[in-house]
Design a protein around this ligand. Structure first.
Ligand code: OSB
Ligand code: MG
Length: 377
């Protein structure tokens, strides 16, 4: 269902942007690289009423997508924020249209839209989950496990997450670190809910390797081929028993419906940042639900801001698979919100307070800030 009750517009006075560097509890390795510090942009919408908070989930370098921190930092100040400030009074549902003339930069747009949305909902005392259409008060918590030194180290890492209570394991794979890693986890833990994420590291020519994964009864394989390879994904999906799930390729609701029409995916990972915002994410949820296609909520190593919003999104009825909605302590020893997301009985709670339902810890925010700018009307 589209948003049932629109939010009242907010009177925008300006935006504050900060680049944060937050250390990770352990290095996170994917097919595209290793991160030890999360570089992220935090957005604060300054309004006549309560401030609103958002997060731009770009990474330091354009390795996962074409977006990256310095690009988002520039386009937000040069194009996106001025477009919102020119409109002055902006309802969250209008933000995407105001930003639409600028091509791409969906993560930057999503972070700004979230800040406007949070401000609007705080002003009304309305929780984000309720606004988006959440039907649950907690969501099952899956974990994304990076590539480790060797399969034995991977088994150790997975054991820790299973002991902690995570209900679904996703392991990152890349060429040369796929079959043996997956086999080691299956051998060690039997029939746990398990899936793999290739982050675009393969080509259709790797069909034989990818087909070998069929014997592990995986929930799905996430983004085996490149972002633009929808036709190749459709060809691959025909040859695999493992369901193909798309992440990087799904940049909008249109991309999602095209992928489904082509048979390029039978499952979709929804990330609000990648698709330009939580409202576009709800549209993808709705179209997948109408098509009977399961979706799950992906993650971008969010701070407590994005983590709260993701829990709200993942509580919509079509999110029938556990998402990468993990506890804050899976990535951080210290978060920038006063009540970081925790996992209990394999679930993360959907915040119930107004807006995001989390409060910023101003000291932590300042401690992690490496650059700050304000753009005023
Ligand atoms: O592909 O899902 C991905 C993190 C950064 C960039 C891309 C991805 C990921 C993850 C981590 O897998 C998800 C999380 O935040 O838990
Ligand atoms: Mg992914």
């Amino acid at each position: 269902m589209p948003i049932a009750h629109a939010a009242a517009p907010v009177d925008l006075e300006g935006f504050e942007l900060r680049v944060l560097h937050i250390p990770l509890v352990s290095p996170f390795t994917t097919s595209f690289g290793t991160e030890t510090v999360r570089e992220v942009i935090v957005v604060r919408a300054l309004t006549a009423g309560p401030d609103g908070w958002g997060e731009i989930v770009t990474q330091e370098l354009p390795l996962y997508s074409s977006e990256y921190t310095r690009g988002a930092w520039d386009v937000a100040q040069r194009c996106l924020i001025p477009a919102l400030l020119d409109a002055r009074t902006v309802a969250p549902e209008q933000a995407a249209d105001l930003l639409d003339p600028f091509v791409g930069h969906r993560m930057a747009k999503a972070g700004l839209e979230l800040a406007v949305l949070d401000a609007a909902l705080r002003a009304e005392g309305r929780p984000l989950g309720e606004y988006l259409g959440a039907v649950r008060d907690r969501v099952p918590s899956g974990v994304s496990v990076g590539i480790q030194r060797d399969p034995a180290a991977l088994v150790d890492a997975v054991a820790g997450y299973l002991d902690a209570g995570y209900v679904r394991i996703k392991i990152k794979i890349k060429p040369g670190r796929d079959i043996d890693d997956t086999a080691a986890v299956r051998d060690a833990f039997g029939s746990i809910p398990l899936q793999v994420d290739a982050n675009s590291a393969y080509a259709l020519a790797d069909l034989d390797t990818l087909a070998e994964l069929d014997r592990f009864d995986l929930l799905l394989i996430e983004q085996p081929l490149r972002e633009d390879d929808l036709v190749d994904h459709a060809a691959l999906a025909q040859r695999l028993r493992t369901p193909v799930c798309l992440d990087e390729s799904i940049t909008s609701a249109k991309a999602a419906s095209d992928a489904l029409a082509l048979g390029a995916a039978s499952v979709i990972n929804i990330k609000a940042g990648r698709v330009g915002g939580y409202l576009e994410a709800v549209q993808i949820h709705d179209l997948c639900r109408d098509a009977g296609v399961p979706v799950w909520c992906g993650g971008m190593i969010e701070t407590g801001i994005g983590r709260a919003a993701n829990a709200a999104l993942a509580a919509l009825p079509g999110f029938t698979l556990p998402g990468d909605v993990s506890a804050s302590d899976r990535f951080y020893t210290r978060d920038i919100v006063t009540e970081p997301a925790v996992m209990r009985d394999g679930h993360v709670a959907v915040p119930t307070g107004p807006g995001l339902g989390v409060e910023i810890d101003p000291v932590a925010l300042d401690d992690f800030t490496v650059e700050r700018v304000e753009v005023r009307r």
